[in-house]
Design a protein around this ligand. Structure first.
Ligand code: AMP
Length: 213
């Protein structure tokens, strides 16, 4: 199984990718996670990428295409993979298509999570990451003091710098301008599966499983 989880920031791609990993045993490949790890490690790529990421802008195509080219060579991708947050431009989609053709592989489904901007904005401003585990949580689902203390169950909560209001606005604008053309691109190729991304994590997962069979 080779899937792309597609959607605007905050649509639930990462959360659903983790569910699909658990259910189907294929790796999640998140360019966002790989870039954040490079930023944390202070690599040359990380330092360069951070300048774009902190403002909510896309990292240049050649950087993310290089990341994916390397990652797809890994042994754990042989039986399939879930791409989360890649491709985000037509150039990235074309590069992916060329890479897969070279490997005699193809994408089975592009699952497009559909959520409107107002809800995305709310989800992203109130999204936190549990520092120790990487778990993504939402303040609305935590005790009232989690927001002011930045702590939950004795664990530190992190607020991503690109989940601040200005960066979120830029990310949503970039999605509509640079990434949403991929909807038509994959629809024309018969790969796009629209899934309503509003509802509980379980409900959205059920809808995804229904469209990917
Ligand atoms: P994400 O965790 O997928 O929301 O990605 C966080 C940030 O990483 C994005 O706002 C971009 O700055 C960068 N990024 C992740 N994936 C890509 C990609 N495919 N193309 C360009 N930039 C990306």
């Amino acid at each position: 199984m080779r899937y792309i989880l597609f959607g605007p920031p905050g649509a639930g791609k990462g959360t659903q990718a983790k569910r699909l990993v658990a259910a189907h045993g294929v790796p999640q490949i998140s360019t966002g996670d790989i870039l954040r790890a490079a930023v944390a490690a202070g690599t040359e790529m990380g330092v360069a990428a951070e300048r774009h990421m902190s403002k909510g802008q896309l990292v240049p195509d050649d950087v993310v295409i290089g990341i994916i080219r390397d990652r797809l060579q890994d042994a754990d991708c042989k039986e399939g993979f879930i791409l989360d947050g890649f491709p985000r431009t037509i150039a990235q989609a074309e590069a992916l298509s060329a890479m897969l053709t070279e490997l005699s592989l193809a994408i089975d489904h592009v699952v497009s999570l559909v959520v409107d901007d107002e809800l995305l904005f709310n989800r992203l401003t109130r999204r936190r990451t549990v520092e120790a585990t990487g778990e993504i949580v939402h303040l609305d689902n935590l005790p009232a003091d989690a927001e002011s203390t930045g702590m939950w169950n004795g664990q530190k909560l992190l607020h991503r710098s690109d989940d601040q209001a200005d960066a979120i606005r830029t990310r949503l604008e970039k999605f509509h301008a640079q990434t949403s053309p991929l909807i038509a691109y994959y629809r024309e190729r018969g790969l796009l599966r629209d899934v309503d991304g509003v509802g509980s994590v379980d409900d959205v997962q059920t809808r995804i499983e229904a469209v990917i069979g």
